[in-house]
Structures are given as C-alpha cells and as structure tokens.
Write a protein that binds this ligand. Structure first.
Ligand code: ADE
Ligand code: ZN
Length: 345
C-alpha cells in the first residue's frame, strides 16, 4: 500500500532525484554546454565571439527570452556534421539517464541549421542515431519533435516540413518555438493543420512570455495536445478551468522561467498553484546548458524554494508519463514504475 503522507519531507531531495521521470520539454540545442561549443568551434573552424568557456558562461545573464535566443542561436552555429549532432544528443541523454529520466521527447530546431547550409538529413540522422542507442545503452526511451521557428514565416515552416518528410519515421511530432510575443499561433494555422493530417503529434510554446490568448489559440486554432510553458495561463480563470477540465499537459520549466525573468524568483513560481488548480503540469529543463540545471536541478531547486510536498512530487512524476507520447501499454508500465517507487519509498 502506498501512503504518501508517511514519507518524511526531509527525504524529498533524494526522493525527487531517484524518481522515475519523463522530460517533455528539452531543446537539444539548449543542451550544448560551453565546453562542447568551444571544442566544435575549434574542430569545425567556426569562430564564436567569445575568448573562453568562462567568458561565454559569463554572457549567460539574460533579461528576457530574446536576450537568450540571440546567444542560443550563436552557440548552435558550431554544429556541422552528423557526428556533431549525435555527440550533442548523446551528452544530453547521458545526463537524462543520470537523472532517472525513463522517457524523453526532444525538440530540435532544423531551420537554425538548414539556413546555414547543413542538410536536414545530417541533423535528423545524428539526433535519431543517439535516440535509437539510448534505449539499449542507457535505458532511456527517446523520440524527436521538430520545432518550427515562429519568428520566421509560415511559408518557411512549410518548406521545412517538406524537407523533413523523407525522414517522417524519425520524428513523432512538431512544435513551435523561438520569439513568442508578436508571433501568435494563428500565424501557423495551416502548417499545423497539414501536420495533423500527416498524423504528427502537435505541441506549441504558448504563455511563456505571451498572453493567455496565445494559449487559447494554440489549443483551438493549432489544436495542440500539450502546451509548452503555459505559465501565463494563471492570469485567465476561464483558461485555467479549460486546461484543468481537459487535463491539457503543461510542460513547465522553472529554472528557464527564473533565468528569463518570467518570475522574479523561484519562490514566486506558480507551479504549485497550477497543480493545486488541477492542471496536468510537468517539470522540464528547456535549455539546461544555459539555465543552470538539468531536470533534477529543476525539481530540487523548485521544491526547495516553494515548499511543494511529497504529494506534488508523486503527481508530477505521474503527469509526465500521462502526458508522454507513448503507447498505452508503455504508459501503464511507466506509471507502474512510479507507483512502485513511491510504495517502496
Ligand atoms: N527555444 C529554445 N528555448 C526556448 C524557449 N524557452 N522559448 C522559446 N523558444 C525557445
Ligand atoms: Zn522551450
């Protein structure tokens, strides 16, 4: 029998770290650590405007989403070969395994690479090879989600989809990321409708910095199955009711929100409020190399700052697997692992 109230909250850090978890919001280009950026810059002969790893790390002081994206796209410019993409993904997958991630759904931004002349095949092949090896070698089930950059046109997104379709079997869905404000979901209505027809799973960033209206549009115009971030939803009571009623998963990224000044400090983060309102919130790392932590750091620091409980930990672990794009048999197996873990805790 599981009695969550019998678990001493002083054990929360250890409980959170060891908990079986899903990660559903990780941009693989955001896992590129400064050391690897410098190594690839040297290997590929691509200059970056920073003299050292330390100087680059010092530049990671962001005031908002755009100030981060400028550095993030510069960092990704050192990726050239299939092996570079494999190495980046493999480094992340090893960290995910160490954090007891059993399932990860990895975003990638192909337009960042194809615009520089890197072939779509190079990007997808390297990332997909890492995902394939992660199952047998690391015990992590991994799939890819192709993200369209919302600061570019819908026409560009359509072209990107066309370029990716020969590798349709190597990604499970599409998302929408990059600069949010001024680029509402409606801009991508037609390309998402096409992706839906193709049987791709649909997600979109909404309500990170943008207003609740963008979350409504992601749900009702793009018809996405999950909202990435979505923390601004708490400004709209009717939206909160909708998200709770339909159990729409929100992939929340607390350290990202802290570093991009969405909340002034972690103690004021609304993760607990979202959970207590019955929303299917999950915890994720977004861009861990830039925001100071992988998924376990996100759990540990958020719980320490906000006073979330063992019950919240259990709910978050379940929410992650409830929200994952896996077969129902696999979901059952993963949820059983959560229940088993808490029953023995
Ligand atoms: N691309 C990488 N990280 C992102 C974020 N947090 N929001 C929007 N686009 C992103
Ligand atoms: Zn993101």
């Amino acid at each position: 029998m599981m009695n969550l109230d019998a678990i001493d909250p002083v054990r929360l850090p250890q409980l959170l770290a060891g908990m079986p978890k899903a990660e559903l919001h990780i941009h693989i280009e955001g896992s590129l650590e400064p050391e690897l950026i410098f190594a690839l810059s040297k290997k590929n002969g691509i200059a970056i405007p920073y003299a050292s790893v330390e100087e680059l790390r010092r530049a990671y002081a962001f005031s908002d989403l755009q100030s981060f994206l400028d550095i993030y796209y510069a960092g990704a410019s050192v990726l050239i070969t299939e092996q570079d993409f494999f190495d980046m993904a493999w480094a992340y997958l090893q960290k995910a395994a160490a954090d007891n991630v059993l399932r990860t759904e990895i975003f990638f931004d192909p337009q960042t690479h194809t615009a520089r002349g890197v072939a779509m095949e190079t990007v997808i092949a390297g990332l997909h090879r890492a995902c394939t090896e992660a199952g047998p070698k690391l015990g992590v089930s991994a799939d890819l989600i192709l993200c369209f950059l919302r600061h570019l046109s819908e026409e560009d997104a359509f072209e990107t989809l066309e370029q990716a379709l020969p590798w349709r079997d190597k990604f499970i869905g599409v998302g929408l990321d990059s600069s949010e404000v001024g680029h509402p979901p409606e801009k991508f209505a037609r390309v998402f409708a096409r992706c839906r027809e193709l049987g791709l799973r649909l997600v979109a960033h909404a309500g990170e910095e943008g207003p609740p209206e963008y979350v409504w549009a992601a749900l009702d115009v793009l018809r996405v199955e999950r909202i990435d971030h979505g923390v601004q939803s708490s400004r709209d009571a009717a939206l909160m009711a909708r998200l709770a009623k339909d159990r729409v998963p929100l992939t929340v990224c607390p350290l990202s929100n802290l570093k991009l000044c969405v909340f002034p400090d972690l103690a004021q983060h609304n993760l607990g409020a979202l959970l207590d309102a019955g929303l299917a919130a999950t915890v994720n790392s977004d861009d861990p190399a830039y925001f100071g932590g992988y998924v376990n750091d996100n759990y540990l620091q958020t719980f320490a700052a906000t006073g979330l409980t063992v019950r919240h930990a259990y709910q978050l672990a379940r929410n992650g697997f409830e929200a994952a794009f896996v077969s129902e048999a696999e979901r059952r197996r993963l949820l059983d692992r959560v229940d088993d873990y808490f029953a023995r805790a």
